[in-house]
Write a protein that binds this ligand. Structure first.
Ligand code: CP3
Length: 346
């Protein structure tokens, strides 16, 4: 036993109750987060400041009572350090001033070890968190999936239609594969360095998985994540890997999700019972309350009870089926966490 119930649960071991955390748990719904962000000046400064990033990482553990902390950073620091100029425009989200259009644009970007080496502030943040975090809590490190990162690198910002990157998928798949391969090389080393700095568990966010038609998902996203997992498992087999692909229930239904991962993150659009039937033997399942249920305590409790009834306290980690939203009352987030711990206590 690791002494951390979250890590034990990731490995499918019996735990005294089902551990819980929330995607995007360190963020704007917490007034304490807003205060630290104000001191930092803006969000990116906060990511670049290990002391402040450590402080906001620990807030949800102390305030909301989750069983694991997730490193405070962003998936987009990777393309930023590859040489794409990242900014966050107020009210509009992330922006890259010079999106990738050609092979020459891609060739200009820094790759592999050199890019991963520039993310030192992330490794320093991890080292600080490990000193401060209670021994029985786990620290989750993370990356974006190459596909999800590539959508921002090609579109230059968030998108509803993904038309620029999907145009590339069908008209110039070679360039898209070259982008994905270059990002994959950086991610492998970046995650290896996060592990060496002290993270206990890895989560890969494929937040925009649903933009790809099911028959193309393996080729343009899943296979790259399998490559990352195989690399990490060959070096650090003891570190569990959580795979969270958002919006791929058709892919789950076909049972096409083989890979060297320990935990499969189920999004809120995929019924937990179906995920259990198709994937429950292969993976520990994480999830999957619809995040908007957090607006109402009764809606939260009934969902937590239903998920627990399906999973029976076995091979399960409680979470939301996507990130918590900024206008959720802190009280309700606390209620979710304590209800998960209450219903599953053995
Ligand atoms: O608490 C945590 O989960 C750790 C920190 C974390 C952030 N971003 C902080 C953040 C994590 C794990 C992420 C991942 C991330 N970033 C994803 C994948 C997860 C998901 O929700 O699907 C994606 C797609 C991004 C890219 C990103 N970063 C967007 C689209 C935005 C703007 C939209 C938004 O939610 O505000 C961000 C900014 C961001 N990342 C904030 C935080 C706390 C808000 C910044 C602020 O105004 O303080």
């Amino acid at each position: 036993m690791s002494g951390k119930i979250f890590v034990d649960a990731c490995k499918g071991k019996e735990t005294p109750y089902t551990p819980v955390w929330m995607m995007r748990q360190a963020g704007r719904y917490l007034p304490e987060y807003m205060a630290v962000r104000a001191k930092a000046g803006n969000f990116l400064n906060l990511c670049h400041d290990p002391k402040k990033a450590c402080e906001v990482t620990l807030q949800p553990v102390d305030i909301v009572g989750v069983d694991a902390a997730i490193l405070f950073s962003d998936i987009l620091v990777i393309p930023d350090e590859m040489g794409m100029d990242l900014s966050f425009v107020k009210g509009e989200g992330p922006k890259f001033s010079d999106p990738i259009k050609t092979q020459e644009d891609l060739d200009r970007l820094i790759g592999g070890k050199e890019a991963a080496r520039k993310l030192t502030y992330v490794y320093e943040t991890i080292e600080l968190i490990k000193k401060e975090l209670d021994q029985d809590k786990a620290l989750i490190g993370f990356t974006g999936a190459p596909w999800t990162l590539a959508t921002y690198m090609i579109e230059g910002q968030g998108t509803k239609t993904y038309n620029i990157c999907k145009k590339m998928m069908y008209t110039n798949p070679r360039l898209l594969h070259n982008i994905l391969a270059k990002v994959t090389e950086v991610v492998k080393i970046y995650m290896e360095k996060q592990i060496e700095a002290g993270i206990d568990v890895v989560q890969i966010f494929d937040s925009w998985a649903s933009a790809i038609e099911p028959s193309k998902y393996n080729e343009f996203s899943w296979s790259y994540m399998v490559e990352i997992a195989n690399y990490l498992k060959s070096r650090h087999p003891e570190v569990p890997i959580i795979m969270f692909p958002k919006g791929v229930s058709a892919f789950v239904e076909q049972g096409l999700v083989y890979g060297n991962f320990d935990v499969f993150g189920v999004d809120w659009g995929t019924p937990m019972a179906m995920a259990k039937e198709k994937l429950g033997d292969r993976y520990v399942l994480q999830g999957n309350m619809e995040p908007c249920r957090l607006y109402d305590k009764k809606a939260t409790t009934s969902c937590v009870e239903a998920i627990h009834k399906t999973m029976e306290g076995k091979r399960h980690i409680f979470n939301l089926g996507h990130g918590i939203l900024p206008d959720v009352p802190v009280e309700n987030a606390k209620h979710f966490v304590s209800e998960c711990q209450r219903v599953s206590a053995k």
